[in-house]
Design a protein around this ligand. Structure first.
Ligand code: B12
Ligand code: SF4
Length: 483
């Protein structure tokens, strides 16, 4: 009998990720399992992302593990699937206590308690809350009211306890319990999160509300985790799932230095911002094995970018493409259509910019602006002129428009996303953009001649890599974050 069984539900639209070819161990429940195990609880986990028969597989696991608590991770699109899995637990193990956490129920906790029937909803980051509730429910130490950061029902009333402050010293958390997941089955087994939160507040994103202020792990702690994954599982290809890996520039550079010093033959990719893509920082990333960088551009129209509070300029985009391509890495630009400030003309500008980037050899993915619970544009949707046209959470995917705006019908957005997808498909068919060869090749080169360092950036005079200053003089927004 295990104390707590964590469950990652399957996604209702697995094809959605085909372009990225991404599936990775669910780090949130990995962190929770790890901290609970460290505190003496017996934990297990099942990742149903791969399952063809999730309910059947969960039932088997319940029979084998006989958990006292079953804890579900869920996002908005997986919420209905998670409800169905909850029913299986209720049928087969009516005595089990059920927990649920993640970005969707954090905001939709009333429905999760009243309609779906979960016993405890965990709000926001939950390492400390899960430990507190486990002590209360499994060891009989205290009352649920005493645990901060949760919601539950008492005599038909929803009790929401005091908010719990996010952990500032992320190094205190043990590494995620990857041993509980089928590491060999993942296309991206090396997912790792080196920071949480974001200092920017783009209106479509929940990073700054759900994870709050930007917090980061020390370079030593991060590289320690890379070493563990490399030596224990032989993983040589990593995926930093940080909202923005390079927010603290000096820390990112120190991580790169430690990776080089450890001489790990690894490759990796991460998310940055176009305004951070300076030659010196990008060269540091490349020389430590980074081969792909994802950067949000969102729109080809500066007014729309301004409306979403992204704080970037189009000059940053050209510079980022130039710098990253010249260092032999792949820039992967992401764009959105259907933003509240978008018009048919601004969408044309976005599609044109995406095409321009593809012609340069970069990746350019388009998705639909999607208002998730907790995002500023969802909270203030009336102010943004958003008319939701569905209440089916499974439709809240980046390929599917969920609303009309003052300027656009849902069908206008649908047509635009289709054109964007055709553009990307054409680029792939023409071989302009391919999945880069992964880690070992990059680090050791095709001739096996040791670590491959990228060429130094060429000087601005005649070279195609510009200096830090963009060619066109613009006032570049400066973010108030550590550098
Ligand atoms: C990696 C990732 C993916 C990977 C997932 C692979 C994997 N298994 O990790 C891929 C690329 C497949 C993916 C796909 C999608 N993703 Co995604 N993804 C992420 C990302 C960047 C990191 C996830 C992570 O590891 N977080 C780190 C851990 C520590 O945080 P956490 O998971 O939230 O867990 C903590 C708490 O939530 C809580 N908790 C979580 N689970 C549980 C369970 C219990 C029992 C308890 C007590 C507590 C608890 O405690 C944890 C520890 O503090 C997040 C952004 C983010 N920063 O989280 C987006 C994010 C989760 N994705 C998002 C979205 C929208 C999607 C897609 C819908 C996009 C699309 N294609 O349309 C799909 C849907 C996939 C799905 N099945 O849900 C949104 C979700 C918003 C929402 N309300 O649903 C996020 C938040 C991004 C954002 N800022 O908008 N994603
Ligand atoms: S989109 Fe990126 S920069 Fe904007 S708030 Fe989200 S994580 Fe931060």
């Amino acid at each position: 009998m295990v104390d707590i069984l964590f469950v990652n539900p399957p996604t209702p639209s697995p094809d959605e990720h085909a372009g990225y070819n991404l599936n990775a161990p669910p780090l949130g429940i990995g962190y929770l399992a790890s901290i609970l195990r460290e505190n003496g609880f017996d934990v297990d986990a099942i990742d149903l992302a791969f399952s063809d028969a999730p309910i059947h597989d969960l039932r088997e696991k319940l029979r084998e593990a006989e958990p006292r608590v079953v804890g579900f991770y869920t996002t908005t699109v997986t919420y209905y699937v998670t409800e169905r899995l909850l029913q299986a637990v209720r049928n087969d193990h009516p005595d089990a206590i059920t927990w649920v956490g993640g970005p969707h129920v954090t905001y939709e906790y009333e429905t999760a308690l009243r309609q779906s029937g979960f016993d405890v909803v965990f709000l926001f980051e939950a390492e400390h809350s899960a430990l507190a509730v486990a002590r209360i429910q499994l060891r009989g130490k205290g009352e649920l009211e005493d645990a901060d950061g949760i919601a539950f029902l008492r005599d038909g009333r929803v009790i929401k306890t005091a908010p719990r402050a996010r952990e500032k010293s992320l190094d205190i958390f043990p590494y995620p319990a990857r041993d509980l997941f089928p590491i060999k089955k993942y296309t991206r087994p090396g997912s790792i999160m080196s920071s949480r939160g974001c200092p920017v507040k783009c209106i479509f994103c929940i990073a700054s509300t759900f994870e709050d202020a930007y917090r980061y792990r020390s370079p030593e702690n991060v590289v320690g985790e890379l070493k563990e994954m490399y030596h224990r599982w032989g993983i040589d290809d990593y995926y930093f799932v940080d909202n923005v890996f390079t927010t603290h520039r000096a820390r990112a550079r120190e991580i790169c230095r430690l990776i080089r010093e450890a001489d790990l033959p690894i490759g990796w990719y991460c998310v940055s911002r176009v305004d951070y893509a300076t030659p010196d920082l990008m060269q540091d990333l490349a020389s430590a094995g980074c081969y792909r960088i994802e950067l949000g551009v969102e729109s080809g129209d500066p007014a729309v970018i301004g409306g979403m509070k992204k704080h970037i300029a189009l000059d940053h985009v050209y510079r980022a493409a130039d710098v990253i391509l010249n260092l032999g890495m792949q820039p992967m630009f992401t764009f959105q259509v259907g933003h509240p400030h978008d018009t048919l003309d601004s969408i044309e500008a976005t599609l044109r910019l995406a095409e321009e980037m593809r012609d340069m050899g970069a990746g350019a993915y388009l998705s639909v602006t999607t208002p998730y619970p907790g995002a500023p544009m969802m909270i203030d949707r009336e102010q943004y002129g958003i008319q939701l046209e569905t209440s089916n959470w499974e439709e809240f995917r980046w390929s599917n428009p969920t609303y009309s705006t003052r300027n656009l019908s849902r069908n206008d957005i649908r047509k635009a996303i289709y054109r964007g997808a055709v553009g990307m498909a054409r680029t792939l068919a023409e071989g302009k953009f391919q999945d880069p060869p992964s880690a070992p090749w990059l680090r050791f080169g095709p001739n096996g001649n040791g670590v491959r360092l990228p060429p130094p950036p060429k000087a601005g005079d005649g070279g195609s890599v510009p200096t830090d200053a963009p060619a066109r003089k613009v006032a570049l927004p400066v973010l108030q974050v550590a550098r």
